[in-house]
Write a protein that binds this ligand. Structure first.
Ligand code: C2E
Ligand code: CA
Ligand code: CA
Length: 598
């Protein structure tokens, strides 16, 4: 215990002080608004001591900050020569009967302001860190009785109970009653400090797919979701050995560290987890389907952040949904794929805002009999500042599954038709093929916007061709058919792209208002060497002609292939043998120089 003659300038151990400050900051109390729970204690202190001033004073690096105060105007005072700082540094009760008579504190700010008496009890956390003081102050010199000392310490303990309670509340999920993500992060950091360099395993249980949660919430309300969460929390806690902690790390996700004596790679452990999933799904209210899965990840303690480890386990649990066992261990290879996907999605969405990152190239299309260039296909190119050049074969399938496909196609159509206008005015007559996605056909106003664009650039609609893949057409055949009829009635031609790669029904395809069939490059590649391939392509061409399609072969890379196609009666061809896709300027140059195309 310190008395009034104690030195306020004790040498501080910087390491201990740093830990103390970090304990204080973790509690997130500094600079928070006043709260009645604390003010009640401060008022009580002032009444018990019959003193005008009382405060809950927290010792920050250079200031005393008052969480609650009675009779003080300031929210904070400098730490230097503040008696509360001494309480925090020594973790001892401090009583100064008369500040003016005290060697050290007579020159303090408080003494300057007429304060004579000070008594402060330390605010000590469960871990032993002293945050500051519960203090009372008076303008007259005063003594303090044994009972009063005890009362001041009790008040300090009440303040601490309040602080710890608030802190704990922020760490417990109110629905499951389990420690939440914040607590997980703290415990994770503690483990990282104590066991760095060892391996550990984390298991994450995902109790339902997001779309299942959305449907259940919509039909049954959020109370139903809470029931699901509570049920899962109980079951998963019961699965673990006594004293093992389960954390509620996301709305429908629970995580726990695997005890060291368990081999997560063993079949028994995985079987246990799979059995748990069946029991869980059996036990759960079966009015809605919920699909639960486990993701496991192994990590080197201290080398990854808590967020990384949770992300890896979560990613594994998502991939587990594809497995019969629905238990999956994190694989960095799969994860790389997803991260790349995300980067592509993210990068492409900024490309739609900064459209200088996008441009179109045009690949010539040749009439096989005359050898003349009769058209071109517009192909999208994207250069990202970080990812570099990304191939449309990679980004288009990702974009097509997102809402960005609408803006993307709108951009491509506008650019391509503008280019067609430029060429038409320069006397170049080409059929321009533009790739669109099947979902575009379902957009309200898609056809009208297309007609508006054609009119804006004053191009001849019969020179515009839309390419749609056969598999895409099969997903919404009726709606697609309807939109296509309108487009064709306007004079635009339709090509069925990648023909032969899907499982299309020929009966359906032949009802479509399409005029062109593009045989996929994979069938064309080995045409000159492979008899079976030749028979297949010949059959495709014959059949297409009977159905009155113009047939275009894609991916023609050699003269030998071209000769084969010519013999088979294929109408047009496209491929590296003629030209790579070209920029508009290059295209003109190629057309004027190319012996085949002229
Ligand atoms: P696709 O529509 O089948 O386009 C033909 C692809 O084959 C193009 O790839 C083209 O560069 C490539 N190619 C051309 N000649 C040859 C050849 O002789 N040999 C080989 N091996 N390949 C050849 P690209 O430009 O990488 O585009 C890939 C796919 O991305 C396209 O396949 C198309 O499905 C999609 N795509 C490209 N641009 C767009 C667009 O503006 N809109 C939409 N919806 N999809 C696009
Ligand atoms: Ca195409
Ligand atoms: Ca194609």
């Amino acid at each position: 215990m310190s008395f009034s003659n104690a030195s306020p300038c004790l040498p501080l151990d910087p390491a201990i002080e740093a830990l103390r400050l970090s304990a204080l900051r973790r509690l997130n109390l500094l600079d928070t608004p006043p709260s009645e729970a604390f003010d009640r204690i401060t008022r009580l202190a002032s009444q018990i001591f019959h003193l005008p001033i009382a405060a809950i004073s927290l010792t920050d690096s250079d200031r005393q900050w008052f969480k609650s105060r009675v009779g003080v105007d300031h929210q904070q005072i400098p730490r230097h020569l503040a008696p509360c700082a001494q309480v925090a540094e020594t973790s001892d009760l401090l009583v100064i009967s008369d500040l003016q008579a005290d060697g050290a504190y007579s020159r303090s700010l408080l003494a300057d302001r007429g304060i004579r008496f000070y008594a402060g009890a330390p605010l000590i956390t469960d871990d032993g860190y002293s945050l500051g003081a519960m203090c009372v102050l008076g303008t007259e010199p005063r003594q303090i009785s044994v009972e009063e000392r005890k009362a001041l310490q009790d008040l300090a303990a009440m303040v601490m109970a309040q602080i710890e309670l608030r802190h704990a509340l922020g760490r417990i999920d109110p629905v499951s009653g389990l420690p939440n993500r914040t607590q997980f992060r703290e415990d994770f950091d503690d483990i990282a400090r104590d066991s760095a360099g060892q391996m550990a395993d984390l298991v994450l249980l995902n109790i339902a797919r997001p779309e299942e949660v959305a449907i259940a919430a919509r039909v049954m309300g959020s109370d139903y979701i809470d029931t699901l969460i509570k049920g899962a929390a109980e079951m998963i806690s019961a699965l673990l050995p006594f004293g093992r902690q389960v954390y509620h790390v996301g709305e429908m996700q629970f995580a726990f560290f695997v005890p060291h004596d368990i081999d997560i790679g063993s079949d028994t452990y995985r079987d246990d987890l799979t059995n748990f999933l069946s029991e869980y799904e059996y036990g759960v209210d079966s009015r809605f389907v919920t699909t639960a899965s486990f993701g496991i990840t192994q990590f080197l303690i201290g080398s990854q952040t808590y967020a990384d480890v949770l992300r890896m386990a979560h990613s594994a649990s998502q991939d587990a949904l594809e497995l019969v066992s629905r238990v999956n261990t994190y694989s960095s290879r799969q994860d790389v794929t997803w991260r790349r996907r995300f980067a592509v999605l993210h990068g492409f969405s900024s490309a739609l805002k900064h459209t200088d990152r996008l441009h179109l190239v045009y690949q010539p299309r040749i009439d096989i009999v005359s050898g003349k260039c009769v058209g071109a296909e517009a192909l999208l190119r994207w250069t990202d500042p970080e990812l570099g050049i990304v191939s449309p074969a990679e980004f288009m399938p990702i974009v097509e599954h997102s809402a960005m496909i609408h803006l993307t196609t709108a951009w491509v159509l506008n650019k391509a038709i503008e280019q067609l206008g430029i060429w038409q005015r320069a006397g170049l007559h080409l059929q321009l093929a533009i790739n669109i996605s099947a979902v575009n056909l379902l957009e309200p106003g898609f056809a009208q916007n297309l007609f508006n664009t054609i009119e804006r650039y004053g191009v001849d609609a019969t020179c515009v061709e839309l390419e749609i893949t056969e598999s895409a057409l099969m997903t919404k055949p009726v709606e697609a058919h309807h939109a296509l009829n309108r487009i064709v009635a306007y004079g635009i031609r339709i090509a069925i792209d990648d023909f032969g790669t899907g499982y299309s029904s020929l009966a359906y395809l032949q009802k479509l208002p399409a005029q062109i069939l593009k045989i996929d490059g994979t069938f064309v590649k080995d045409l000159s060497k492979d008899d079976r391939q030749r028979a297949l392509v010949l059959a495709m061409i014959k059949m297409s002609h009977e159905l009155e399609y113009t047939v275009v072969a894609e991916g023609v890379e050699s003269e030998a292939i071209l000769t084969c196609l010519k013999e088979m009666g294929c109408n047009e061809a496209q491929g590296y043998f003629f030209s790579q896709p070209l920029l508009p300027g290059e295209f003109l140059k190629w057309k004027s120089e190319s012996p085949v195309a002229s």
